[in-house]
Design a protein around this ligand. Structure first.
Ligand code: PGA
Length: 253
């Protein structure tokens, strides 16, 4: 089973249009042809500028950090999948823990967004992960699996191979703490087994599952060596062209 590694940068609420242009000035000079798919998720206001910058760089893709599930309508402040496709965006992060925690995003909303993304040929990067309390209670696996199940409710098994998952322990996001390589591998292989139950071993073997939470050039090598870890969703370290490129170049399988 060969899955191409994927490194996605989640800029969160960082980088203005001019900072975005500065990032790409530096980043696009790097030898990006590393056999790794690269996704960058800028804030909405900078996506169009990013789209102009990456023209002609086929292995660099754009993603949004969130979207609404409806195509259009009276949803003040929201962005639709149709709008994202027009840019064009290829990926969309769905159910990031910050969305769940600060913006009351529920599993049901995540599920609607996953289905809307698939309907519009956007690749959803579906985020799941446990709190520190849940880890200490020993319920990490059952919690994460239930998030996966709820995100996939009603999704056609043939569409499963177009979904990317990101396992992001909440206690590891922006804290400098990472799950150990073995812990990350264990949860991610559990997610892959669950996908296999939904579909079959072939589809499960082709789905890409990322790790996220304080990924840096110094810890990516150990993570990417693990058989089920196919890349990373990178927050802080994706804001700097040099460190983001290092993570990419260290992610060749
Ligand atoms: P971090 O963020 O790399 O800054 O921990 C990861 C994420 O939230 O996706």
């Amino acid at each position: 089973m060969s899955r191409k590694p994927l490194i996605a940068g989640n800029w969160k609420m960082n980088n203005s249009i001019s900072k975005t242009r500065d990032f790409f000035d530096e980043f696009l000079k790097k030898p990006l042809d590393q056999g790794v798919d690269i996704v960058i998720c800028p804030p909405f206001t900078a996506i169009l500028a990013a789209a102009e910058e990456i023209k002609g760089h086929d292995n660099v893709h754009l993603g949004a950090q969130n979207m609404h599930w409806e195509d259009k309508g009276a949803y003040t402040g929201e962005i639709s999948p149709v709008m994202l496709r027009e840019i064009p965006c290829d990926y969309v992060i769905i159910g990031h823990s910050e969305r769940r925690q600060y913006f009351a995003e529920t599993d049901e909303m995540v599920n609607k967004k996953v289905k809307a993304a698939l309907k519009h040929n956007l690749i959803p990067i579906v985020c799941v992960g446990e709190t520190l309390e849940q880890r200490e209670q020993g319920i990490t696996m059952s919690w994460v699996i239930s998030q996966v199940e709820k995100a996939l409710e009603g999704v056609d098994e043939k569409q499963l191979k177009s979904i990317v998952f990101a396992y992001e322990p909440i206690w590891a996001i922006g804290t400098g703490k990472t799950a150990s390589d073995d812990d990350a591998q264990q949860v991610i292989s559990g997610i892959r087994n669950k996908i296999g139950e939904f579909s079959n071993a072939e589809i499960a073997g082709n789905v890409r599952i990322l790790y996220g939470g304080s990924v840096k050039p110094g810890n990516i090598e150990g993570l990417i060596k693990k058989p089920d870890i196919d890349g990373a969703l990178v927050g802080g370290a994706s804001l700097d062209a040099e460190s983001f490129f290092s993570i990419i170049s260290l992610s060749r399988k």
